[in-house]
Design a protein around this ligand. Structure first.
Ligand code: T4K
Length: 374
């Protein structure tokens, strides 16, 4: 029996000596927050790493979403997905906007472009899809729909950190703005943190103002908020950034190990492996929800903690109107994916799955009302 739990994530800590160098600079500068030198430096380094024209750092991904919304509209409805983390819907509601939901498609697990038109009303002002697990499908379709209907487009790209592949660029540089999360559990972390990314100078300037109480030269001109990243968080990020490609490669390697060890269950249709373009997650979709529950408990008994990202659906949605999202939320499970996951851990996880499917009661009894895996 393992002594240390294996969690879905394990935060990446920078090398202590590198971090100390940045902390020394904070002690010398006499500057802790409010657009300090390290925040400015991290903004520049991230712009170069991600290859994006404008980037505003924030204290987390949730406030980044709120500021991105406030940077683009004053009021109205926001059309989004119910299959996402609580932050997406909460950011919309905290800004005082109504949320409308459309269903996802069963392949990308993202907002289905075909369903958007029928949901939009005269009050709908923003389309807010989520690039779940870092996946970039449909971004061009979202842009075309937003252009055609005169909507703003904001991408919740909280999962999309990575070196600038075409897929990732398409999530970050689509629409009016995209937001990233740099939470401790993300690929790149600043402990807590986030960013608003945009191609538009006007959105950048407004976001920059809104994260600091709507101030220009010390005077508030707009109702803003305090969404600023501080120097300690920026130090953590600056010290972490040089190791990111190494850590993404570590995740890619573990993704391949999982794929190899789980292939039998994929071939016999018991599970489907859901893609994660930047290896931010390793999601599997069970054919039947009941199998997932037994599997989850069996892993917990061994101190292995995956997560049901994302279940439940967003509050306020009507699951009966979102049959694909409801079915996926019942059957999705993310396995641990980080540098501490060993080949033996993956072998153990696959042996738990094997034992589960060896039990006659879970393999032979069909479960009602499950959509087939596509
Ligand atoms: N949009 C989307 C689509 C998002 O997924 C998120 C955040 C956001 C927006 C908002 O971004 P932020 O405002 O958070 O920057 C975690 C993260 O807290 C959250 O950032 C993330 N999505 C979400 C998917 O995962 P929880 O509630 O699952 O976290 P928690 O505390 O249960 O941690 C998960 C596991 O990670 C733990 O079981 C153990 C491990 N862990 C966690 C922490 C904090 C560690 O080993 N060490 C740690 O320090 O939300």
């Amino acid at each position: 029996m393992r002594k240390k739990p294996l969690y879905i994530h394990s935060p990446i800590y920078p090398k202590r000596s590198v971090l100390d160098g940045y902390i020394d600079r904070i002690y010398e500068s006499g500057w802790l927050t409010n657009s300090g030198p390290l925040v400015t430096e991290l903004e520049l380094e991230l712009k170069a790493y991600l290859n994006v024209p404008y980037l505003v750092l924030t204290c987390n991904g949730t406030t980044a979403l709120q500021v991105a919304l406030r940077s683009t509209i004053e009021k109205g409805e926001v059309l989004s997905t119910a299959f996402t983390f609580a932050a997406t819907g909460q950011a919309i509601s905290w800004c005082g906007y109504q949320t409308l939901f459309a269903d996802i498609d069963s392949k990308s697990l993202k907002l289905d472009p075909k369903l958007i038109n029928s949901k939009v009303s005269d009050n709908t002002k923003v389309l807010l899809p989520v690039s779940i697990y870092g996946n970039a499908e449909h971004n061009q379709a979202y842009q075309d729909i937003a252009d055609c209907l005169g909507l703003k487009l904001i991408i919740d790209a909280a999962h999309c950190f990575g070196s600038p592949t075409a897929a990732q660029q398409s999530s970050l540089l689509c629409g009016d703005a995209a937001v990233l999360s740099f939470h401790a559990t993300k690929i790149f972390n600043t402990v807590e943190g986030g960013a608003i990314i945009t191609r538009h100078k006007s959105v950048y300037e407004k976001a920059k103002q809104l994260v600091n109480f709507g101030m220009i030269n010390g005077t508030p001109h707009l109702y803003g908020t305090n969404a600023k990243m501080n120097e300690i968080e920026a130090a953590f990020g600056l010290a972490n950034l040089p190791n990111m490609n190494h850590h993404i490669n570590q995740r890619a390697k573990r993704t391949i190990w999982y794929q190899e060890h789980l292939q039998t269950f994929v071939s016999n249709g018991a599970i489907k492996i859901v893609e994660s373009a930047n290896h931010s997650y390793f999601p599997i979709l069970f054919k039947r929800a009941r199998d997932l529950e037994v599997f989850d408990q069996a892993l917990k008994n061994r101190l292995i903690f995956g997560r049901r990202y994302f279940n439940p659906l967003q509050p306020g949605c009507r699951p009966e109107e979102l049959p694909i999202a409801a079915s996926v939320a019942d059957r999705i499970f993310c396995l641990p994916l980080h540098f501490e996951v060993s080949k033996d851990d993956i072998l153990e996880i696959s042996s738990v799955l094997e034992a589960l499917f060896d039990q006659a009661d879970v393999t032979r009894t069909p479960e009602k009302s499950q959509l087939s895996i596509t």
